[in-house]
Write a protein that binds this ligand. Sequence first.
Ligand code: MN
Length: 234
Amino acid sequence: MEWLFDPPAPPSLAIAGRPERLPVRRIWCVGRNYRAHIQEMGGDPRRDTPIFFAKPGDSILQVASGTLGKLPYPPRTSDFHYETELVVAIGKYGRNIVPDAALEHVIGYAVGLDMTRRDAQRAAKAASGPWELAKAFDYSAVIGDVHLAAEVGHLRQGRLSLSVDGEPRQSADLDAMIWSVPLIVAHLSQWVAIAPGDLVYTGTPEGVGAVRPGQRLYASIDGLGSLAVEVVPP
Ligand code: MN
């Protein structure tokens, strides 16, 4: 077969302590998964299913532990928000997965930032339109080293935190998630097939806020190390 042009290299992620890279397929994100964050956004925490949205696979910006990543300030926003999240990496294909079997499909975990054009999201919500471009843009899926579940186990609890220029902004325990990782995987797999290389951002706790060029974000989750980025001018 001959290509019309060279296909792009698949997006991929470094894995802590391993030479192999994890190829990225799809990126799914859970909205509204911590009660206090739903309240700060003016939403109603009583829901019977999780909500999902997506980012392109090539929107990832991986930052190795111990380094300072550069996160370009995106165009078309003046309210660029961080959302610190546990990211789940899928390692096994599945559809209609039952919660008890869901963790068999999870190969690893990482610290992530679901970067958001909050002004564009608000405008889209007000217009009852899609908020795709508030969430799915270049470098919007920031992620740290992937840690394999075989090494760190499956995370049910642990402190997630974020500081900006040394000031604490987000702090919560993973056990405060409304939809646990097994429930997220089970629900998502009712809507779409999940497959190796899919990432799932599992939602952010309260304390989201805006950042400007020059500011430094430091995110961490117990057991997964940390992620440091500086917002840089476009
Ligand atoms: Mn989010």
